[in-house]
Structure formats: C-alpha cells, structure tokens
Design a protein around this ligand. Sequence first.
Ligand code: EPU
Length: 418
Amino acid sequence: MDKIIIQGGARLVGEVQTSGAKNAVLPLMAASLLVDGWTTITNVPGLKDIETFKKLLKHLGSEVEEVEGGVLKIRTASVTTPDAPYELVKTMRAAILVLGPLVARFKKARVSLPGGCAIGARPVNIHLAGLQKMGAEVGIEGGYVNVSAERLKGARIYMDTRTVTGTENLLLAAVYADGQTILENAALEPEVVCLADALNRMGAHITGAGTETITIEGVKELKAVQTAVIPDRIEAGTFMVASAMARGNVLIKDCPLDNLHAVAVKLREAGATVEQEAGGVRVIGDWPIRSVDVKTLPHPGFPTDMQAQIMAMMCISSGLSVITETIFENRFMHVSELKRMGADISIDGRSAVVKGARRLSGAPLMATDLRASASLILAGLVAEGLTEVSRIYHLDRGYERIEHKLKALGANIKRVKE
Ligand code: EPU
C-alpha cells in the first residue's frame, strides 16, 4: 500500500491544470448504457473510481476501450448480466447509477444496496421511490435491490432531499419513459447539468437542468455521442485552498470559478486573493489567515466535498471558526487526524468548532475517506516537520496524480510504497 510523505513549509507557486470531474464522468459512463453505439468521453481523469466503473460496465457486458489521452469509448450492444455486485458497489457507491439506464433500456436491474459508509448512512430510497413512481417494480432481497419495468411511464416526482446521484439516476431512467416526467426539488449541481446536456445531444428532451424542476419528455430512441467532461470543481477548489493555506501564488488552469463561488467567497473572507485570469483562476494566500464560519449546503451552497479542506485551513487561522456539515451526518473523520497534528477542534453535533493556531506539527496520519485524505495532505503542506499519510487509496479514488501536481508547485511531497 502506498503512502504520501510531506515535508511541510514550502510555498506553492506556479500553475496547475484542473482534471476532468470524477462526479461528471461516472454518470456519463452510466449514460452509455442507454445506447447501442460507441459513446466517447474525453477529458477523463485517471482515477480509481473510473477504473471501478469500467469493471462494472464490463461485468454488465459492455465493451470498454481506452484510447490515449483521457479518451474513453464504451459500447453496450446487449447486457449479459444486469447486476452490480456488492464487491464493486461497496468500494464505489456511484455504481447505483446503472440502475436507471438498465431498467430504461433492458427492463430490469439488480444492484447491491450500498449500505453505510465512512461519511454517513447514504440511503438510496429517493432513487427507488422515483423509479416506483414511474411504474417500476422494486423489491429488496439478499442485500440487492431488484427493479423491473416492461416500460417506464412519465411521472411527477418530488424528491424529499436534494440528491445528486438520485437526480441523475431518475434523469437516466426518464429519457425513455412514456410521456413527461417532472423532477421536483432536483439537485442543481453542475455534474447534473453536464449529464443533461449530454443526454440532450443524444436526442433526449430535457429542460430545466440546473434548476429545481427538471422536465423530461420521453423519447423512443437515443444515439451515442462524444462528450467532454467538465473540469473538476472539487479538485480545483482543493488547489485553491492549498494555495491560500501555503502562502501560495497559484494559477489554477480551467478552474470553474462560477461553480465555486461559495468557496471563493470564503477564501476571500479569510484574506486570500481570488482572481479570474485568462485561462484560469489565481489564488494568492497570505498569513495571518482570518477565521471564517462555513456551512455545507447543496449547490450553489458551500460543497460538502470541500468541508474537510476548509477545516484544515481554519486549523491555522487566527481565530475561532464554526464549520457545520448539513449534508452527511458523519463527515468529520478528519478531525481526529487533524488533532493529532495539534489542531484544536471540538465537535458538537453537526458542527465542529476550530480554534485556529499558527502551527500544526507533522505526524503519521491515516486517510479515512476521499476528501478527508485531501485535507490531511493540505495540513501536511503547512505543518512543521514530516507528515506521513497512509491508506491513500482513498485519495486515488478522486485526485489525479495529486502529489505530482503539488510537487510541480514546489511542495516537498512524495509517494512511497509501504
Ligand atoms: N439521500 C437520501 N436518500 C437518497 C439519496 C440521498 O436520504 O435516496 C441523502 C443522503 O444521505 C445525503 C443527502 O441526501 O444526506 C445528499 O446526498 P446525495 O445523494 O446528493 O449524495 P450522492 O449523490 O450519493 C454525490 C457525490 C458525492 C457528494 C454528494 C453531495 C457523486 C458520485 N458523488 O453523492 O461526492 O459528496 O453528491 O454533494 O456524484 C466525493 O466525490 O467525495 C463524494 C462523496
């Protein structure tokens, strides 16, 4: 197993390229199941979750070809086994995204229920209730959900909670439904819009993506298309925080600032300079860092996927910061590790109170989930001494070559085999 070793203290200076968004690629890969021809996806990052999704598609019977330079080609002429096994779903919950397209095109699907994970319970009840509203039969047996429908029919679906993959799954299912489907209280995330745009280019009739109400007029046929993946707002946001923390001056190329407004607002409040330039966003950080309060919310609110990173920053701020997590009930796994570096954090229910201090000290740390891993790397960049982050397979699920990118900016960071 690999670990990452960081000697803290280096300023970050230079340019870094944003990769394609993991959470946009996965739904596009699922969308390929809707058509017979070759789907082409470009700007695909090299990530473990994408490898896992490829395995899942191959298991279903798809042909998957990787062309040089982040190009992925997928074709599903027919499905041999319409099921997503536990082994794949347990390492990547986004596997649930095959449910909608499988039922829509192949009339049935069997997907392992994801169960809880490090950051919370993460149920899929809204995905299932939506499919039921569209006329699907839904049953649970042996840890698997079985869904079948001769033909889905359009429905008006109100989603109790804004769910990103729930919205995506129902979009993927509704494109072939008879008549009109209306998704109310839909997720507004840019990855949902990326999927809807791709589906429309495939021949779907979707309006309102990016708003709370999405309308889908079912169609009989879709064709395979080529889609470029949008830049990863969370990766870009992680580099923004890194630069702000490490007294950096970094140009983040292809940084989707419009989709990161809440993060930019908080970084500016904390004293960093965030400016749009030709080709990217420049973030200049300076100490002392002012403390800011942060509350995670669905898009366009502050993303839960940036909560751990901003908390690492608040650990070296000059005051008291309250960080409230409203999306997932257990997304503070990084707190105990940050405390091992000397951070002063106490958790009270869904809020963490961070007492800033100038200094963190390097320590051996254990990554617990994807974004928590990123926060430990950021803390290591500014800590005194050596930080070792192990279990970085979490990091490899969602950050493409992060240690190379940080090294190119001047960080003393390396990956070693344990
Ligand atoms: N929820 C339900 N019922 C459902 C679905 C969701 O109660 O049927 C609840 C969840 O428990 C949670 C809230 O709704 O409290 C929002 O969860 P959501 O469904 O939006 O999360 P997700 O779709 O499973 C995606 C991202 C996550 C990101 C969240 C929130 C993908 C593949 N994953 O997950 O990304 O944190 O949205 O923005 O798009 C990550 O990349 O590190 C990551 C965890």
